[in-house]
Design a binder for this molecule. Structure first.
Ligand code: NAD
Ligand code: UDP
Ligand code: UDP
Length: 342
């Protein structure tokens, strides 16, 4: 049939509407940037268990190949060591874009590179999503709310962020990454999801990443003093990693979710209370010591998760004490084996 006489639906050869030749039926080809890191590697475990083909792209700046060891011999799995600030050409159906250092000592190590990661990295991955028609999810952060003036934080809150402080490379980087997502959606029709992740903890966190839960658990196991910064009256809410991964997968696979979605555990603790729980669960024979607070430290943080509950049917299920026990098992093993580095 001459193309001009063909029925309307056959005139356009739209590759995105065809099944690619080398894909398992009903399984997806999924790209996870930052998949060698803490949250990324747990996400990869779940996606592999579900039978998908998974490509991890990671520069190994903070992540480790050993986090993915179990998948290396699986033909459905592929690892590419690459920085996301460079363009990437692969064919995928979904992109989970996690690549970005997340702990304050890591993102402050090379702040300009942190900003390049958030802007150029997200730009490249959105360009990839545009070309492949893949659905795109970015892990943003509660830090976009800065030192929040409303409590708990709802997604509609625009935040209170210092644009020129030491944390700004991360906070403002993620804010501009969210803006890029929305501009690719409006200008190019890219199907995007934004998860605003609140403090998440669990096995495989880097032992020396300076974050409060990894510091306290490591210190308790080594029988060192727990370093509470400032008064310890500042608050955070801690989400166990399996809950977090469940939230990300639900958000990716729910149709028509408009706007960013908070994913975090709403149970709030002061840092002093966290120290007490770690002592109780991991090692009671340690003391607490007080050290100076870092600049721009948010005083209070707790997610409002009404949107996650109603739009993607998500609720965290793991209590802090249970999650800390699981994390302590992993940390004990790694400390015993001398795995202390990033
Ligand atoms: P992580 O440091 O363990 O993982 C980040 C991964 O990204 C690492 O494997 C690292 O090597 C890789 N990476 C960093 N820069 C890269 C680059 N330019 N190119 C390629 N790879 C790069 O941190 P995480 O806690 O697993 O965080 C994952 C994501 O979740 C990040 O986007 C972070 O901003 C977000 N997040 C995490 C938390 C949390 O509490 N863990 C809270 C809010 C947001
Ligand atoms: N890009 C990529 N992989 C792709 C497609 C695009 O890494 O498969 C990057 C590339 O660097 C490009 C950017 O994403 O510059 C933005 O893509 P877009 O199509 O919006 O921009 P353009 O090609 O017009 O520069
Ligand atoms: N914090 C602490 N002791 C530590 C590390 C962190 O008291 O050894 C405090 C820090 O001042 C902050 C809170 O714990 O108020 C959470 O810090 P983290 O770096 O884990 O995450 P973020 O500030 O990004 O929420």
């Amino acid at each position: 049939v001459p193309i001009l006489d063909a029925p309307e639906e056959e005139k356009v050869h739209d590759v995105s509407k065809l099944d690619p030749p080398n894909r398992r039926k009903n399984k997806k080809r999924i790209l996870v940037t930052g998949g060698a890191g803490f949250i990324g590697s747990h996400l990869v475990d779940r996606l592999m268990d579900e039978g998908n083909m998974v490509i991890v792209v990671d520069s190994l700046f903070t992540g480790k190949k050993s986090n993915l060891e179990r998948h290396f011999s699986n033909p459905r799995f592929e690892f590419i060591r690459q920085d996301v600030i460079e363009p990437l050409y692969v064919e995928v159906d979904q992109i989970y874009h996690l690549a970005c250092p997340a702990s304050p000592i890591h993102y402050k190590y090379n702040p300009i590179h942190t900003l390049k990661t958030s802007f150029m990295g997200t730009y490249n991955m959105l360009g990839l999503a545009k070309r492949t028609h893949a659905r795109f999810l970015i892990t943003s952060t509660s830090e976009v709310y800065g030192d929040p003036l409303i409590h708990p934080q709802v997604e509609e809150y625009w935040g209170n962020v210092n644009p020129i402080g030491e944390r700004s490379c991360y906070d403002e980087g993620k804010r501009v990454a969210e803006t890029l997502c929305y501009d690719f959606k409006r200008q190019n029709g890219v199907d995007i999801r934004i998860a605003r992740i609140f403090n998440t903890y669990g096995p495989r966190m880097a032992l020396n990443d300076g974050r409060v839960v990894s510091n306290f658990v490591g210190q308790a196991i080594r029988r060192e003093e727990l370093t509470v910064q400032g008064t310890g009256n500042q608050t955070r809410s801690f989400c166990y990693v399996s809950d977090q991964v469940d939230g990300l997968i639900r958000l990716m696979n729910t149709e028509d979710v408009e706007g960013p979605v908070n994913i975090g555990n709403p149970t709030e603790f002061t840092i002093k209370e966290l120290a007490d729980v770690v002592k109780e669960v991991v090692e009671p024979r340690v003391d607490v010591t007080y050290t100076p607070l870092t600049p721009d430290d948010p005083k209070q943080r707790k997610p409002d998760i009404t949107k996650a509950q109603s739009k993607i049917g998500w609720n965290p299920t793991v209590e802090l004490r249970d999650g800390l026990k699981l994390m302590a098992l992993d940390f004990k093993e790694r400390i015993k084996n001398g795995d202390e580095g990033w």
